[in-house]
Structures are given as C-alpha cells and as structure tokens.
Design a protein around this ligand. Structure first.
Ligand code: ATP
Length: 132
C-alpha cells in the first residue's frame, strides 16, 4: 500500500511520486503521513517536505500553502516549491544575506517578520540543495 504524492504551485506541477511515507511541517507541527491516513487539510509552513519510497528519499523545499491528505493521496499546494536540482544556490545565498542584513539593521521601517520569512525560505532552499 502506497500513497501518491503531488506537489503543485501556481506555476504548475513540481513533483509526482508514490510514497511509503510523506513528512511535512504544518502550523501545528511536523506530520508523518502513512497510507490510509485520515483525511485532513492543514496550513503548511516554510520547510522541507520529505518523501520516502522504496528506501529512497526526496526532499522538496516549500513555502506557504496547504497540505491535503486523503487515504491514498497527499496533495501539497504550495506558494513555492523546488526540488534540489532546481535550486539556484547562489541566489538563495544572496537572499539569505539580504534578509540577515535587514534583520541586523535596527530600523523600524523594516518589516522584521517579512525578513524572517525570507531568511527561512533561503535557509530551507540551501538545506534542500545539499541533497542534489
Ligand atoms: P529571492 O529574493 O531570491 O527572489 P524569495 O524567497 O523572495 O527569493 P520567492 O518569492 O519565495 O523568492 O519565490 C519566487 C519564485 O522564485 C518562485 O517560483 C520560487 O520557486 C523561485 N525561487 C526563489 N528562490 C529560488 C532559488 N534559490 N532557486 C530557484 N528558484 C527560486
């Protein structure tokens, strides 16, 4: 028994596979989804989704969106999603530095929460890119 996994963004389909287990991070915490899981919908947080299938593991960086679980299917509707091979490491490194600089400037004009989110996206992309 497998569950099928589908990751989609507004730009299109990013990933399709069968899985023994899918791990994702929702606003209420980390979740491991096995086949026949009870249906649920949960908001996703910026994180690495991991898909284990036949001993192989794929990692996908995701930001925003929702996780929808049905007994035989996991759908991830994300604002952004990238596989390791799609990640531009230099771009993520620069985004990380920009966000860190913003966070280090003690300026009220700067939206700290937005900078924190940008930093997290960059950090997750760099982590997932290592799995190329
Ligand atoms: P940047 O400041 O570099 O644009 P960001 O975190 O603000 O980074 P997002 O708004 O999350 O970027 O994403 C915009 C689009 O660019 C999405 O389609 C996303 O998949 C893609 N993207 C962002 N960063 C990278 C990256 N390092 N490598 C590949 N694609 C990326």
């Amino acid at each position: 028994m497998k569950t099928s996994v589908n990751v989609v963004t507004p730009n299109g389909n990013v990933y399709d596979n069968d899985a023994d287990i899918v791990s994702a991070k929702t606003e209420s915490g980390e979740i491991g989804v096995l086949p026949r899981h009870v249906p649920l919908v949960a908001p996703l947080v910026t994180s690495a989704v991991r898909v284990k299938n036949e001993g192989a593991e794929d990692s996908i960086s995701v930001s925003g969106g929702f996780l929808e679980v049905r007994p035989d299917q996991v759908t991830i509707l994300a604002e952004t999603a990238e596989l390791p091979a799609d990640i531009d490491v230099d771009r993520a490194q620069k985004a990380k530095e920009r966000a860190e600089n913003r966070l280090n400037q003690d300026d009220e004009e700067i939206d700290q929460k937005r900078a924190q989110q940008a930093l997290l996206r960059a950090e997750i992309r760099l982590k997932v890119a290592e799995r190329k």
